[in-house]
Design a protein around this ligand. Structure first.
Ligand code: SAM
Length: 398
């Protein structure tokens, strides 16, 4: 990921300020709330092209590491690079390493097809059948499907930014207009798709995560969500070279009280992905398991209230709030850190992780002028997030 290392700087960043098209709203310093951080850390609030996000600045030994904050994701990647460059230039940093220069690209990625999660929550509507590919990687399979099925609206989910840029470029080169791309964790995404709208969900060669199974795409919650969004006879299609992952998924699927599954070994598809080519060369078996949906589901209700109503005394919170994780029946809440905004009394960021156990969400809450609000955007409208939010409101007495 893009980052800059520097060993000295000449100026302090003024806030609010703007340089080279990037705005800076504030700088907040870590309170090192859980005492886990060994180095001083700052969050720098940047904005560009109507998108607001945080950068992380960490003091380490004799140098400084500047990079994107992991929680406040933003696409496309050049926004982050521009913000990092602009910050380093504003403070006149003496750069010792940087990988943030946007090389001149002959074909520009078509950003029009890259959508934020908010778009899917608030604006996305289509009369066409939807098909989703999870973790499209090089995009070979998704591009092939989109060209072969122009009447289908495809949604491609990826969390690897270079793969996304690559696919967006191909959309431009090949003149394809029926793929929307989202940089979002697929395990969380489907909650925002209307019930019974999706014809197919492809999960091809997911990372098996043998040592960290909680990071796998497939889980009971994921399968249930897939069944809800799938139309009657719609399919969830796993293709993998990992026997362990195949066995694990097959076990989850055969424990369902509904649906039908079909298993294949070394099935030929019209298109072979990059990973598939690699495994075939090594003579590995390829396993397919397809789940067919055989029932209709109820519509979803995403109308949750994530506001804070009452005034907040930030300086008081810092002294009293607990670092201990709160665990409810189907949600949890953990205060990770607190950042105080420099030169601004009674204001700062609270970093929390919360929501459901297998799909935790990290967010910042910005407190300014005694008012609290979620930074960047609201938590995703899920019932676990709502429960965690209500608990947090009680803790803040807000
Ligand atoms: C092993 S690659 C397979 C890529 C492609 N499907 C293929 O067959 O060549 C797995 C891909 O899944 C993506 N991925 C992993 N976890 C994900 C998640 N939770 N949501 C969306 N994409 C994810 C990774 O970034 C990676 O590109």
């Amino acid at each position: 990921m893009p980052h800059i290392v520097f060993d000295k700087y000449n100026k302090k960043l003024e806030t609010p300020s703007k340089k080279d098209g990037v705005g800076f709203n504030f700088v907040a310093k870590s309170f090192n709330f859980t005492q886990k951080k060994r180095n001083t850390e700052y969050k720098i609030c940047a904005f560009k092209d109507e998108k607001e996000f945080l950068l992380t600045l960490r003091e380490k030994d004799e140098s400084y590491l500047l990079k994107a904050d992991k929680v406040t994701r933003v696409s496309p990647l050049h926004l982050i690079k521009d913000a990092l460059n602009s910050y380093a230039s504003s403070i006149e940093a003496n750069i010792t390493f940087s990988n943030t220069h946007n090389v001149n690209q002959k074909v520009k990625p078509n950003q029009g097809y890259l959508k934020d999660i908010d778009y899917f929550i608030n604006d996305f509507e289509t009369k066409r059948e939807i098909q989703i590919e999870i973790g499209f990687g090089s995009g070979r399979h998704l591009l092939h499907q989109a060209k072969a099925n122009p009447d289908i609206q495809f949604i491609g989910l990826e969390i690897h930014s270079p793969s996304i840029e690559q696919l967006l470029k191909q959309l431009e080169i090949q003149n394809i207009d029926n793929i929307l791309v989202v940089n979002y964790d697929a395990r969380l995404f489907m909650e925002f798709i209307d019930s019974n709208k999706v014809g197919k969900i492809f999960v091809h060669f997911p990372v098996p995560w043998d040592k960290k199974p909680h990071r796998r795409i497939f889980s009971n919650a994921f399968i249930n969500e897939a069944l809800r969004v799938l139309k009657l006879e719609g399919t969830l299609e796993l293709r993998t070279d990992s026997r362990k992952y195949f066995d694990y998924c097959t076990q989850l699927l055969t424990n369902l009280s509904t649906g039908k599954i079909v298993i294949d070994i070394n099935k030929d598809l019209p298109i072979s992905s990059k990973y598939e080519d690699r495994w075939k060369l090594q003579g590995k078996n390829i396993y397919d398991v397809t789940l067919f949906c055989n029932q209709e589901d109820k519509a979803i209700d995403l109308d949750y209230d994530f506001t804070f109503k009452d005034d907040i005394n930030f300086d008081e919170i810092i002294k009293t709030i607990s670092t201990k994780a709160i665990v409810g029946e189907d949600y949890f809440l953990h205060i990770e850190d607190i950042f105080t905004i420099e030169d601004k009394k009674d204001s700062g960021l609270i970093q929390i992780t919360f929501g459901s156990f297998d799909r935790p969400l990290s967010k910042y809450i910005l407190v300014e002028n005694k008012k609290a609000k979620y930074f960047q955007d609201l938590p995703l409208p899920t019932s676990s997030n709502m429960k965690a939010h209500n608990k947090f409101k009680k803790m803040l007495k807000a």
